[in-house]
Design a protein around this ligand. Sequence first.
Ligand code: TNX
Length: 537
Amino acid sequence: MRTRKSLLAVLGASLLCAGTLSTPAAAETTPTQPESIEVDGARQLTDVIPAPVETHPDEDTDFWLSPVTQIRTEPGSQQAAQVGQYLAEQLRPATGYPFPVNKAENSILPAISLELGNNIPEIGDQGYTYEADHQGVVIEANTADGLFNGVQTLRQLLPSAIGADSIQSQVWTLPGGKIVDYPRTSYRGAMLDLARHFHPLKDIKTYIDEIAQYKINYLHVHLTDDQGWRIQIDSWPKLAPVGGGEGTGVDGVGGGYLTKQEYKELVAYAQSRHITIVPEIDMPGHVRAAMSTYAKLNCDGVAPEPRTDIEVGYSSLCIDKEITYEFVSDVIEEVAEMTPGPYIHIGGDEAHSTTAEDYRKFMNKVVPMVRANGKRAMGWQEISAVEPPESVVPQYWDPNGDPSDVVDAAANANKILMSPADRAYVDQKYNEDTELGLSWAGPTTLKESYSWDPAETVDGIGEDDILGVEAELFSETLRSMDDIEFMAFPRLPAIAEIGWSPKSSHDWDSFSSRLADQGERWQQQGINFYRSPQVDW
Ligand code: TNX
């Protein structure tokens, strides 16, 4: 953060250059009433999480938002225009400025421009450049994803009051200079468990908005487990209303499921935030909700009682029954049909009630079903035991398990998703006294969530083997949005930085001081977060 010297004078000059300035809001920003204006909220180019790759500050070329600032986007690109509209929606409430998007007649006014198509190889398909001077800000990218990432950086470069939902009296400085930024890994995910406690669509959308700020680009939804089945499947119509009915949350609290219509709405909302949904149907274990709903899925044809405790490893699909594969095929087909993203996660973890031989038999039938529906399978690390084809992504999670099968998968060219439970499981308690959360892999402090490297976690799994990182939020103890936020913030931004920023920029002192600034933003945005004593908030 820094204070400005002659900012008001420069601001006045920049407004004058712009031409037409007699709106009441413009009058508020003239030097006649400086005491009512917050002038010292300006940020530096480096005040961003995840840390950008390159920053070249120039304090003499700051840009100030004003009532006449325009948003312009790449002509002919509807996707760029959508990012422009999104940006305008983010900036309007706190500034009170109109931010018209693509008003041709205003082409001489200062602007934030979102440009595509200049083909900058260095930044790839998710990176962007940011350049500010007195006339405006230009964000350039090769894709709309890149523009969206640049917009998240721009939001963080504004004073934290930009997150308020009512007009704030404030000078809205965007720091001058240039940023060149692109991710270390292409997949930066968050996983939300809807099975242990169901979280309704509105909360999932809120979470999407929150994680998008940190350039998370995949949301993995854990849709099924022993306790509940949370997605409508037409060919097995009782699965969701019965297997996901009232009382199917842990300890019998809550319940619910996403209808297909809601799932489609979720996918579309995530897309509007440049996030891809990865649906998980966990099998052949973690299936009690399905088995207690349909007796015919059980080897003995008898439906067991539903269970809402948090034991794991006691359920298994019946590997030798033909109906099992009709069931799995129907479910995968329907889930694939409503999922535009490339992945379907098929679980495969903790199948302690399935023999190794049966597990192999099962996965060797199911992985090709995913492929036949045009998708790639993801699976928890146990799936590596079946030597899956290269298209399958094993997800490393268990620091207590033997990683040799995952190492072999990496050697066989499978890309690995990294979520070591003692670092990236943001459902673990922060310390022994944290009321929420589990502790089998923790407790996990913020600093521990930040202090790891995905290419150094497992011997034999290096930089080139990694697809990316994911922050996991299993919800055995999490019932509300407040609970979700309290566990994810501030640890999720730590995982996001590990996945995005170059290894060379990894620095706890820098991260924790940048995080303090994020804390102000979370307050403005109404995000419930844990005030870790490791940060000087
Ligand atoms: C293990 S992590 C699980 C989940 C539980 C989690 C927390 C993983 C792949 N499986 O079923 O929710 O521990 O208890």
